[in-house]
Design a protein around this ligand. Structure first.
Ligand code: GLU
Length: 415
């Protein structure tokens, strides 16, 4: 295993935390591996009449605080270790936000860009056929993640409802609003991240209306984040990137143009009025706020020394390796760690579950107000733990979250 194996990284992060909190080995033994992992083969009738079988996973990491919760990713480079790491991070994320939920994650190894709409629908339904006995509103509640959309959630919820013989809106979150989705879920990850950036800027004395921002990753979270940084704070977004490369304009990008260009060409590169730069150059720009919103392992020991941002907001899961973390901490880069920074998505997912149970739906204003309160509280709990134990923000987030999971395990008599 290498430095960049996400599950090995997640385990080491847990060991770092166990050292700070002086957990005994029984506790670590229960938390260092997932409670349950399901491997499935997902058959799909393709448009050409052949049947292709895709490997899929669902990992239920820990459910001591409530039903497992976490997204499903469709990605050609998905691995069981990525899914295990992401399920662990979901466990800490839900605990950190004080949600009555455990952690889970799912994935299918596939390239959704090569699938037709019909194939995507059949893949989504077939996955549910494989896992439906193991999920449910009180067991494990999936949601969108990389390359899965509200439409994918709609098909999956429908399939689960058909198999159960009744409407089961609460089996998944991130659904379209007319069929049990929550207002504010679409941009919830980015919005939650904005609240933490606002708090960090205040702590560091950064005036966000004069701040410069670079966004690495221009998917759902990244593109909303760029737009919100401009709209909410008046910050200047100077660079954005996707898997093909980045675009830069020191005077500020025209985000509407970049979004339009991406919709037309599937990439931000060559967007008008901007210089094309590499993904790595976007990370190393001299900006106030760097938002990492792509995949794991973007910031490693190779490039961490070149990061110039004052604040690193990790909107992706696992963008920074452990070695890079130490380098950033020594350089004084204020990191808002992933399972704090990107917790807005699952927090609004939790609100969606609550609304599904009540069959009573909130306005977007109500959702954002509640989200702001939760994110702000969690940010300050992490900041306090970081100062109190003189540890970096990631270790502090672990300390707050894992303590809650361990307390619940002790109360339930698990350890
Ligand atoms: N996939 C998102 C995450 O990593 C959201 C999970 C959810 O809403 O359950 O946090």
């Amino acid at each position: 295993m290498s430095e960049n194996n996400p599950f090995e990284m997640a385990q080491k992060q847990l060991y770092d935390c166990a050292e700070v909190l002086k957990f005994d080995s029984d506790v670590v033994g229960m938390l260092e591996n997932p409670m349950r992992q399901l491997h499935v083969s997902v058959p799909v009738k393709m448009d050409d009449g052949t049947t292709k079988t895709f490997p899929g996973f669902r990992v239920q990491y820990n459910d001591v605080l409530g039903p497992c919760k976490g997204g499903i990713r469709f990605h050609p480079e998905e691995t069981i270790d990525t899914v295990k790491a992401l399920a662990a991070w979901m466990t800490w994320k839900c605990a950190l936000l004080n949600l009555p939920l455990g952690g889970g994650k799912g994935g299918i190894i596939c390239n959704p860009k090569e699938l037709s709409e019909g194939e995507l629908e059949r893949l989504s339904r077939s996955y549910i056929n494989c896992v439906w006995k193991f999920i449910g509103p009180e067991i494990d509640v999936p949601a969108p993640d990389v390359y899965t959309t509200p439409q994918v959630m709609a098909w999956m919820m429908d399939e689960f409802s058909k198999l159960s013989g009744k409407n089961q809106f609460g089996v998944l979150t991130g659904k379209p609003i007319p069929i049990g989705g929550s207002a504010g879920r679409g941009d919830a990850t980015a919005m939650g991240g904005m609240y933490t950036i606002r708090e960090a800027a205040e702590e560091l004395g950064i005036d966000l209306s004069k701040a410069t921002v670079a966004v690495q990753g221009f998917g759902n979270a990244g593109s909303f984040a760029a737009t919100l940084a401009e709209e909410l704070f008046g910050a200047k977004v100077v660079a954005v990137s996707d898997s093909k490369g980045g675009v830069y304009n020191p005077d500020g990008l025209n985000l509407k143009e970049v979004i339009k260009h991406k919709a037309e060409t599937r990439s931000v590169i060559n967007a008008p009025n901007a210089e094309t730069i590499t993904n790595n150059e976007v990370l190393e720009l001299d900006v106030d706020i760097l938002i990492a919103a792509a995949l794991e392992n973007a910031i490693t020991k190779e490039n961490a020394g070149n990061i110039k941002a004052k604040v690193l907001a990790e909107l992706a899961n696992g963008p920074t390796t452990r070695e890079a973390d130490e380098i950033l901490f020594e350089k004084g880069v204020h990191t808002i760690p992933d399972f704090l920074c990107n917790a807005g998505g699952v927090t609004v997912s939790y609100f969606e579950m609550v609304q599904n149970m009540y069959m009573y739906y909130w306005t977007a204003e109500e959702v954002y107000e509640r989200l702001d309160k939760k994110m702000t509280k969690a940010y300050h709990e992490v900041l306090y733990a970081s100062k109190n134990h003189s540890i970096n923000m990631r270790k502090a987030a672990y300390v707050v979250a894992v303590s809650r999971v361990v307390e619940a395990m002790k109360l339930r008599g698990w350890v």
